[in-house]
Design a protein around this ligand. Structure first.
Ligand code: H79
Length: 471
């Protein structure tokens, strides 16, 4: 029986310009198309991750000298124009007595995340590990302990991959330059790049189980003009850590073009531009040609701990789940952010969200982990995902008054069976037109977004029927 093999035939080739229009590049993409080695497959199949933004900014929590700034808390130093030496005095207050790496790891496990991205160093320059190249580290605080080391150990013990967030832009370093205007700037910036190399080598060797480096703070012209360095960093880390993955945001090519090189090819291993947004489900489905990861905040734009969450809308757990499934339905990963409190505990809203997402993932995670774009035209009830065996899941977020869910299939593909993922309850499937089906909603209200597993049959199989499905 030709089951749905047609779905496996995804044409993953990236059609970069060829021939005469090809621009010779020394620091462009190292590869065309997706990486297919075990480490990359693991990255992709993980699908759900958590972000941890933790640094000195958690202490003021968005307030400086009695004024509350509504902007992102981790940017407070910039909003309030605080000089670095004054900002770094916050280190004297870094004493997260409630910090418990084991409890953090258990919370992540319960939420169902398969990886955690930790801010080793955000723009402020404070290091969560005892870097020997900086005086602004956890080792120079009352708490003293290597936070990063404890987290790596605790997450790994739970089987959770650890990814390192690293901001290249460093507000604390005297040699950092946002632009290079003079020969002296150039000399200083070279020293800065060497310092950054040292910190990255230190991270890669101190914590060899790290699976990914996620670079941020790479948009300044000083970095764009040194595309060679971004290519060098990627190669250096790949030599140091077997299989390590690197986000596209690190890279700039010979002409300062970022993410995608001058020939339109993705640099790094996955596109990381989807910050607080997702690609368009119809227009941007070209994203299925490369790996990508989106990240999201619960409030509108707070990554680090901000004491007042009433200043913007805060997403509900269902909205978080919606974004997770939406990302997977378009072939991407989703990372949900946490901004721990200065005492080392999580705020109640984040704990509740983690618990709710975890409960849902335990029931329906089969439609998320290791799943991918299904190649079917999107319907109003929610999102399709496709499992590794080619099985199709319908994740229903909008329950219709008609009590019917429409499924449209490509030419030659029929729906054989529909069943509830949790109970196995069979749902009526009625053919309403050629390549169009109505599926009855479950007899009982599920009370939450739920999953239907479809069994489909392809008469001819092959690429053409799949291509017809593209929207
Ligand atoms: O770590 C979180 C944020 O702090 C960081 N990335 C996430 C994961 C981030 N914040 N903003 N950005 C990334 C985008 C930067 C926007 C900028 Fe600008 C626009 C940088 C330069 C122009 C706004 C204006 C900020 C500085 C000037």
């Amino acid at each position: 029986m030709t089951l749905i093999v047609w779905l496996a035939l995804v044409p993953a080739t990236l059609c970069a310009q060829q021939g005469a229009t090809e621009i010779p590049l020394k620091y462009g993409a190292d590869r065309v198309g997706k990486r297919e080695d075990p480490a990359m497959i693991k990255f992709r199949e993980n699908r759900l991750g958590a972000f941890i933004h933790w640094g000195l900014y958690a202490i003021p929590g968005g307030e400086w000298n009695g004024k509350v700034y509504p902007g992102a808390a981790e940017w407070l130093k910039s909003w309030a124009n605080v000089p670095s030496d004054e900002w770094m005095k916050l280190m004297d207050q870094w004493n997260p007595t409630k910090f418990d790496a084991t409890a953090w790891a258990k919370m992540a496990k319960d939420m169902g995340v398969r990886y955690v991205k930790i801010t080793t160093k955000h723009h402020e320059g404070f290091c969560l590990w005892p870097s020997k190249y900086s005086k602004y580290t956890v080792a120079q605080t009352p708490y003293k302990k290597d936070i990063l080391g404890e987290l790596v150990k605790a997450y790994n013990k739970e089987g959770i991959d650890v990814h390192f967030y690293f901001s290249v832009m460093d507000w604390s370093h005297p040699d950092y330059r946002s632009s290079i205007k003079t020969p002296a700037d150039s000399v200083a910036f070279s020293r800065f790049l060497e310092f950054t190399d040292n910190q990255l080598k230190e991270l890669a060797t101190r914590y060899p189980t790290v699976k990914d480096f996620w670079f941020d703070g790479t948009w300044d012209s000083s970095i764009k003009k040194n595309g060679w360095w971004t290519a060098h960093v990627e190669r250096m880390l790949k030599e140091l850590v077997l299989g390590v993955t690197i986000n596209s945001r690190l890279r700039a090519d010979d002409y300062g073009k970022r993410h995608f090189d001058s020939n339109g090819r993705l640099m790094g291993d996955y596109e990381s531009a989807y910050e607080r947004r997702l690609p368009d489900p119809v227009k941007d489905l070209k994203v299925t040609q490369w790996d990508w990861e989106a990240c999201m905040t619960l409030p509108e734009n707070q990554w680090g701990y901000h004491k007042d969450w009433s200043l913007s809308y805060v997403k509900t757990p269902i909205e978080v789940i919606d974004r997770i499934v939406h990302a997977v339905s378009m072939g991407g990963n989703m990372v949900v952010n946490f901004g721990p409190q200065p005492d080392g505990d999580f705020r109640p809203e984040e704990k509740e969200m983690a618990k709710a997402v975890g409960q849902w993932m335990r029931r329906y995670g089969q439609a998320v982990y290791a799943c991918d774009y299904a190649g079917l035209p999107k319907q109003d009830w929610g999102y399709y995902t496709r499992g590794k065996e080619g099985e199709v899941y319908m994740v229903v977020f909008n329950q219709p008054y008609s009590r019917r869910l429409t499924v449209k299939t490509p030419k030659g593909v029929t729906v054989k069976k529909a069943e509830l993922l949790t109970s196995g309850e069979q749902l009526d499937v009625v053919e309403t037109a050629r390549n169009e089906y109505n599926i009855s909603v479950p007899a009982q209200d599920q009370g939450e977004p739920y999953v239907i597993r479809l069994q489909m049959h392809s008469k001819e199989g092959g690429k053409d029927s799949y291509r017809d499905a593209l929207t």
